[in-house]
Ligand binder design. Sequence first.
Ligand code: UDP
Length: 461
Amino acid sequence: MEKGKENHKAHCLILPYPIQGHINPMLQFAKHLSHKGLKITLVVTKFLRKTMQEFSGSSNISLEAISDGFDEGGRADAESSEAYLALFRLVGTETLSELLEMHKTDSAVDCIIYDPFLSWGLDVAKKFGLVSAAFFTQSCAVNNIYYHVYKKELKLPLLETEKFVNIPGLPVLEPSDLPSFVYVHGSYPASFEMILNQFQNLEKADWILVNTFHKLEQEVIDWMAKFLPVKAIGPTIPSMYLDKRLQDDKDYGLSVFKPITDVCMKWLNERASTSVVYVSFGSMAELGAEQMEELAHGLKTSNKYFLWVVRSSEEAKLPKNFSEETSKKGLIVSWCPQLEVLAHEAIGCFITHCGWNSTLEALSLGVPMVAMPQWTDQSTNAKFVKNVWKMGIKTRQDEKGLVEQTEIARCINHVMEGDKGEEIRKNAKKWKEIAREAVDEEGSSDKNIENFVSSLMNPST
Ligand code: UDP
């Protein structure tokens, strides 16, 4: 159908930064768009396409690959993060342009939904005269903090005398509530530069979409909307877990790790309602060996059932014979279908690193959290979980930065049992309902998605 006519089937190209925590929300969003009638092409790197464990698209979602310059060995082959990101920008721009040229003859692309970690995606969209939409995979609060640093309204390094940080739209924060790249000045400079670069060309984007929902981050969304056209479109949790308008969108669709699905679900099916502690630190965080040991003993001391995701690369840090000794109480797997797990009635709490996806998923599925943040945006998310949404508790560290086993057992008991955790459990139910409302028909996020889709379907109106 010609452009400008009613219901032009617009073609969107989705470009996530190629790590699990960015692919998941962007692919889920792609599925929403595809159900609303758009054609979608998900773009990953050649290395990821070669090494991914699973991809289940749909008739409206196809997969294509561009190069980050490390097609054979992936990021691990790069000398440094600086080198990786610089080459990705160069080769990515080139190969993304080639892909767009190629599509001109069959199904021309109308819009690029790009991850602002890859800010050059916007430049390519502009070069080809396409609609551009930035898709932020972190919370609006975190984006607001980074934006302030970018604008130099929050000066770094923070002064040692600074006990509190005041940023418009946010509650008063302690320095340690800030993302680690901000608080620990000078850590991971290449990643921090990439994060600040998100804003360098942002005023050229036609849309700014954020994986959050209005009632969750009302104050900061409203504040940011005064100077950037931010639109909350989340949570990008499959509909079958929330509003239930769609039933065939169960899985993430693209997995970097292989989920041990059947074993996990069978094990959970045999457990009583809200009796299990689910533990995961996401796809990247690495615990120290000592911390891993404390966590293991904390789980044992709590005497609760536990399902613990320990990625293969972390396995050697488990205490000797721990799996065997605790086999009656626990199940340890290298990766699980997290959404299905969190939605299972056997889960009573989630010990989480507070990656933004895990936080949103737990919140939207009504699972109380024990927050144990490690780095990047996780401390900020943990602060909100504990003090703003009151949906969990945050572990305390000793003077060496270690969360001891007694503290872990205390937090589990606090959240799962007795009067002290009552408010948290009540709030968990409340947030699940509010998240559902946001994505259900006529909800705040649904309306924003509808507006985005109709602007693409009817470009002349
Ligand atoms: N995840 C999963 N299985 C696991 C652990 C994590 O499917 O065993 C998913 C989880 O549902 C989330 C993503 O991986 O969508 C992790 O993203 P998050 O932002 O929480 O953390 P990151 O991995 O980026 O640190």
